[in-house]
Design a protein around this ligand. Structure first.
Ligand SMILES: NC(=O)c1ccc[n+]([C@@H]2O[C@H](COP(=O)([O-])OP(=O)(O)OC[C@H]3O[C@@H](n4cnc5c(N)ncnc54)[C@H](OP(=O)(O)O)[C@@H]3O)[C@@H](O)[C@H]2O)c1
Length: 246
């Protein structure tokens, strides 16, 4: 479905981003894998992706760092010639109730989850508009669409991603680029493994499909949105949450 395309996936060393990178590679896309701390895991993802016969390179870049993102964009363009697809997936949590949340925890989460999306979109858009059928896919969360007690910083950042995406969808539509958002519910990754078992049990009981999501549930939608089959869909936010927000 993506033969000959080049995709940049942030936060692809682990979890949902890794699954998206491998799914894209399996479908013929060359992949640039962005990570910040997990070098070995990122290189493993690149190695697994190369196994599908595509070009795959891992790059270290803190997505919250505007100048580093500018630099890494140049490195990617040198290595791959162009970019067709950007998946802004990197994200962190620093949960706590508003009354006790520190300024540092608010800034850190917004810096990675929202400014990181701005940084990569800003620096790569000029290349993506040259693609025939450019795609930007941003990973938000049901915490951004519906709010979640204990996640004021995270919810704000993820709601910001939705507003940002709708605006960029309007700005880039004339250049043939679609911009869409995926809002996952509870997906089994390192991020949810940090939650107490009682919270996860409570979540499952509130999910109509009665299970946590898998990384492949999100990657399958990302593949569809990146493909030609989704060329008339832009500015949408689609939940992948087992019906949790019905
Ligand atoms: N899991 C869920 O239930 C769930 C639900 C809703 C939304 N989401 C969203 O889905 C996305 C992926 O989540 P996940 O569960 O797969 O998380 P995860 O397993 O914790 O992985 C997070 C990824 O983001 C990267 N990352 C973190 N900070 C970064 C930074 N400053 N610069 C560049 N990369 C950075 C990490 O790379 P390093 O290890 O190299 O630092 C890692 O590859 C996030 O945006 C998250 O908010 C997840």
């Amino acid at each position: 479905m993506l033969k000959g395309k080049t995709a940049v996936i942030t936060g692809a060393s682990r979890g949902i981003g890794k699954e998206i990178a491998l799914k894209f590679a399996q479908n013929g896309a060359n992949v640039a894998i962005i990570y910040s701390g997990s070098k070995d895991e990122a290189e493993k993802t690149a190695q697994l992706a190369s196994g599908y016969g595509v070009k795959a390179i891992a790059y270290c870049a803190n997505c919250a760092d505007f100048n580093r993102v500018k630099e890494v964009t140049k490195e990617i363009i040198n290595d791959f010639s162009g970019v067709d697809i950007l998946v802004n997936n990197a994200g962190i949590t620093k949960d706590g109730l508003l009354l006790t949340m520190s300024e540092a925890d608010f800034d850190a989460v917004v810096g990675v989850n929202l400014k990181g999306v701005f940084n990569f979109t800003k620096h790569l858009s000029r290349y993506i508009i040259k693609s025939a059928g450019g795609r930007i896919i941003n990973i938000s969360s049901v915490s951004g669409t519906n709010g979640n007690a204990g996640q004021a910083n995270y919810s704000a950042s993820k709601a910001g991603v939705i507003g940002f995406s709708k605006t960029v969808a309007k700005e880039l539509a004339g250049r043939g680029v679609t911009v869409n958002v995926i809002a996952p519910g509870f997906i089994e990754t390192d991020m949810t493994a940090k939650l107490p078992p009682s919270a996860l049990e409570g979540a499952v009981s509130a999910i109509p499909l009665k299970r946590l999501g898998k990384t492949s549930d999100v990657a399958d939608l990302a593949l569809f949105l990146a493909s030609g089959a989704a060329s008339y869909i832009t500015g949408e936010c689609i939940r992948v949450d087992g019906g949790m927000c019905i």
